[in-house]
Every structure is written in C-alpha cells, then in structure tokens.
Design a protein around this ligand. Sequence first.
Ligand code: SF4
Ligand code: SF4
Length: 479
Amino acid sequence: MVANALQPIVRMAATADRTKPIVVPDYCKGCGRCIDACEHHCIEPGRDIDPATGLVPVRIHLEHCTACGLCFDACPEPYGLRPAFFDAEGSERPRVARHDLAGTPTPEPIPDAVAALPPGQPLVIKGVYASAVGAILAGCRHFFGYPITPSTEGAELMARLLPHLDGQFVQAVSEVAAINMMYGAGAAGVRATTFTSSPGFSLMLEGLSYMVGATVPGVVVNVMRGGPGLGNIAPGQSDIKLACRGLGHGDTHAIVLAPSTPQEMLDLTMLAFDLSFKYRNPVIVLADGYVAQMTGRVTLPRTMVRPGVPAWAVAGDEAHRRNLITSIYLSETELEARNERLFAKYARITDAEPRADLFQCDDAELLIVACNTPARMAKGAVRTLRAQGVKAGLFRPLTLWPFPICALAPVLSRARRVVVVEASDGQLEDEMRLAISRADLATPSITSVNRYGGVLPSHDEIVSRVIGVARPHALGATA
Ligand code: SF4
Ligand code: SF4
C-alpha cells in the first residue's frame, strides 16, 4: 500500500477506530514527541541510525499499549506511525520506501512573476534601508535576525514593512537561531534574508555551511565593522576572508557582492536573491558600516518580483512531500559525490557570475584595486592623480567571490604597478593574489594602503602612497 493512500486512514485510525501503532522508519525522524505522549511508556528512543535516512527512529513495545492513539496525534510526520492493522504481512517494522510515492502528484514549479512598479521619484535613504527595500522588491517576505549595529536600521524597516505585506519578521534569540530559521525558510522555497554585522556574521557561519551543504538559498547582508572580537561599530572590511573562504566547515562557497553606494545596496540585494535561487546557494551582500549608514539617492527599478514556489522546495503539501533537504550523507562515497556536485556548481558560478566596475582603466599604468567605501576614496584619488598626470585607474570588484579575474587580466597586463586599498590587513589583496595565481598570470608589483579598527583609508593617504611609491614620470606622467 502506498504511503499517500494511508494518510486519511491514519487520521481515521487516530480518531475513531484507534489501533496500536507501528513505526515507519523511513519517515520517523526520532523527534520523541510520541515518547512524551505515551503514558504507558510503550515507546523509547531508538539506538540505531537508519541507513536509508541517517535518522534514528524510535522503538515501540506494544505489550502495554491501550491503542489510545495519543502517539498518532503527537507525531508531526504524516507517515511516522501507522496503524498496525495495515501491516498485511504482520511485520512490526514495515518500510515504505521514499521513492514509493506512486499516485502522489509530482511537484511542479510555480514560476516567479514580475509586476510593474509605477514610476516615481528617487528616494534619498541610507544604505541599509536601500537593502531592505531591495529585498522586498525581490520578493522577500521573511526576515530572521538579531539586532546588531550598524545593520539594525535595515531590520527595523523590515519589521515595519513586512506585517503589511503578509510577511514574517522574527527577531530570533541569537544569530545562530536566525541563520537556522533562514535554513528552514530557504528549504521551504521562500525568499528570506537576515541583516547582521561582523560578530553576528561569525556566529552564522556554521548555519551557512549547512545551507551550502543542503543547497538552500538565502541572502545574508553583512555590514562589516571594526574587529576583532566585539571591536567597535565603525566601518571595516575584515570579513572578506570569512565570506570568501570561511563559510563554516567543509569546502563551502557563496557569491559575495560588495556594494559601495546606497544604490548598489538596493541593486545588489535584488541581484543576490536572483543568484541565490538560480544556484540554490546562500549569497552574501558584504557591505561596510559607512555605505550602510550613508544616505544617498536611490532609484527604484521599474519592476518587482512576485516569487513562485520552486519544485524542489519542502513546501508543506502532498506534492512536495517527496522532496528531501539535507546536508547529511553518512556514506563517504555519497558525500564525496555531493561535494563534487557542489564543486561543479562553484565552477559554473565562477564562469558566469564575476562582476567588476572599471573606472579609467583603459590606459591605466597605475591600477588601484578597492571595494566598498574605500573604493569611493580610491575613485577620488584616481581623479586627483590623473590631474597630476598619473595614468591611474580604479578596478572595483563587485563580486569578491568569484573574484573577477577575467575583467582584471587585460588591465593588469597594461599596469606597471597595483595598489590595493582596503580597511583590513590585506584580505582583499589575498583574494586578488590568489585569483592572479590560479589564472597563471604574472604577479605585478603590488603595494597597499591599509587601515584597521574602524578607520578607512583616506583620499590623501592613497595619493601620497602612490606618489611616494612611484614618481609621476615613472608612471607615464605627461608633466
Ligand atoms: S497508542 Fe497510546 S498506549 Fe499505544 S503506544 Fe501510542 S500512546 Fe502509547
Ligand atoms: S513522533 Fe513521529 S517522527 Fe517523532 S519519534 Fe515518534 S514516530 Fe518518530
């Protein structure tokens, strides 16, 4: 008998015609609710891992069972328990194979829809607000987070808006709880986000590893601040390595987007949702405290997204019941195969998704590399250096992972010197050097301008470093 055909009968058995239960190990997740429900101590925790599911189903001893049915009522799984009288062979441990779902509808995707937005005036808002608006326009209706400066205002705006949009705002008890709520929401196929800042991001890394392992989408907006430890609430960039190389345990990767204006806070947050669902992977919007808090002009797009339901989601209905979202693979060969599928996905992302913004790079002999707010200072420095006759240009990676080496390579071949400007101890420089090395490109002369602890590199520091490192005439100055 197929599992779906049992469901109404199970309900009937659990209400009118009570009968003794049998555990269906394929569906029992070992939560123990039936143990608590049974006053006659007929059910005990299991001891053996079920090789088919990796879970530990409970064990039942029916000598004292009164067929009261309370365990059926307690079980959250439709097939965790079934009435004993359906066991035609008399076996006490029937198996219902997961693939034996003949008769259940096959999940069909409900595609996203696009709705037109009426034309309006640009907004003048701070960066975190722009990111929140971008999330809503991208179809996000679920926010899980824990307040932490300088990201909190974005969460506050979501708390105000989501209840009016049939959305859910949950202030979790911690960042650990928030990211695991993200895991659950993403697995259900809904668009969810969290806003956090560096210490909170550290706490989310384990959950992010689970999301990557289970191929669950979700968007994390991390507003970097000064560290290490609690640090301060001033802007920083010292989470680049965490976001690009350190998303918890395992060989994990997520696309990392680096905005440098309030407009990009909106645009890249919207893009993050697209990419997250396209690749079924978390995406990190890696901002800094300055761009998140600064106020700027933000033009809204002409359309917004009404998200559908992906076919793979565990959406809580009968059709999606067959879907399994998990990152546990107890068999080594299965886990290795899972990793290889993830690596193939990372390769597709590396080919298709690198993005960069180039400013006056066509003839640049001095190349400044910077992202987030330091890129704004670097852009001003490029203008100043150009006015002094230095052929300077700015290379600004929009994706820190994958690093846009294809866009960098042509300008790198013309540059005689590279200066990396960042508010960390070389974390952006390391990403660039690794990308150069893996692309088998010649490593140019690289120097850096670094500030730490919430201090950003200034325009004057960049200019004086460049002038000090290489005299204008040596860099192609015309005067
Ligand atoms: S039917 Fe009642 S007595 Fe029997 S195992 Fe379930 S809860 Fe216990
Ligand atoms: S309540 Fe259901 S899923 Fe939980 S342990 Fe009991 S039979 Fe298994």
